[in-house]
Write a protein that binds this ligand. Sequence first.
Ligand SMILES: C[S@@+](CC[C@H](N)C(=O)[O-])C[C@H]1O[C@@H](n2cnc3c(N)ncnc32)[C@H](O)[C@@H]1O
Length: 443
Amino acid sequence: MNGKIYLVGFGPGAEEHMSFKAKAAISESDVVIGYTTYIKLVKDLLDGKEVIKKGMTEEIDRCIEAYDQAKLGKTVALISSGDIGVYGMAGPTYEVLLQAGWTPNDDIQVEIVPGSTALSACASLVGAPLTHDFCSISLSDLLTPWPVISRRLEAAGHADFVIALYNPKSGRRTQQIVEAQTILLRYRRPDTPVAIVKSAYRRRQDIQLVRLDEMSNCDIGMLTTVLIGNSSTFIQEGLMITPRGYANKYSSLTGEAKEGEQAGISLSMGLEGWYACLRQYVQDNAGLTLEKIADYFGVVVGEVLNAIAAGENAGEHKAARIKNDSLADVISACEKWGRLRGIIRAEAGAVTELFLQAKDVEMRGDWLNIETDAFHCHINWSKVDSAYLACREGKSYGVNFIDNKGHLVFRLLLTKENAEFSAEKLQAYWHTWHTLVEEKDND
Ligand SMILES: C[S@@+](CC[C@H](N)C(=O)[O-])C[C@H]1O[C@@H](n2cnc3c(N)ncnc32)[C@H](O)[C@@H]1O
């Protein structure tokens, strides 16, 4: 007789939100194993079954028990709230089985029965907060180091995802939600809508709609999921809504497509069309540095240079990418640019300016060394992935070395002589431009 393990997600709690398949799997099983609270939630389905209750910390015991019972030829339902594959028992069960030598071809079959996870159950109670890109992050640092969690919060905040926070707070873990709020307020407005949903579809269900800057002072516990809006989420008539983006394409929700847009086709900006928006912005706003433009669009300097290099009109800015096989040649070309200004920016804001001549620069192995009597500067050349000649007419002329994430490694600029750029040095600069840059691939 072959045993079977059903890994069953029974949804948020109420029986009407349990799938037919989840009920059928429990009904077919001889043994039901679960955390004490979960067993209580499905008690009406347990008549005549062997029931094994385990505590919160006994997760691996539940998996081992399920395997042991299946080895006896029984059908076992290991149950979990929500979806068993979302912060649930599916992962640990497979890990235990594989470690014991089980394979999918084994006599013991394993079947996962999906359920409605907390984030969709909670979202349904507050409106439609997840109708655009979202992610979920668990604030539990019991098994995941806090620096990993905080890096994910930073990334999700920066990328403007709607965020569902699972395991936001417990009796012992009270500061994680405060930290999460601090991180997200670096990227989101203080009045960003937040839904705090406790015990969705259970007896003690409770819903609070608040602002991001109020979140950490609210009543939040082990049975709460927190949904944090993105930059376009709004609350109206007590409903939290994240727009799908119809306004980008249509004049109104039921109206005609805007000029240049078509139903069923990517937005006209496509993958690169936003470059044209960036160039237009640069044309309309004189006096911006590459860093200011990057800040405005929330991108790295390498993307700004790419966008400027891709078209003809970017106001006072011009840029061109140097052919990849000519990266080192630009250093020798600098010899004719006269006295140079090396710019090195620290992430936290300090800007170092080094006055030098190209002869002070020497490549040694992976390092580009700039050595004068006044300073030594060592630049890890293996970090340099691309280089762009870039200028603001009459204001600055130089070359930007960029890493593979688009960050500026360092920049070399021509310097003025008697408050003017020398015509001869400028000529040498334009000569470099004409000999080392890639053919333009006009958009
Ligand atoms: C270990 S995770 C289990 C997630 C579950 N497997 C799921 O898919 O929903 C426990 C967390 O899920 C969330 N959660 C589970 N059920 C919930 C409910 N009915 N209402 C609100 N949040 C819930 C809470 O954030 C809780 O701390």
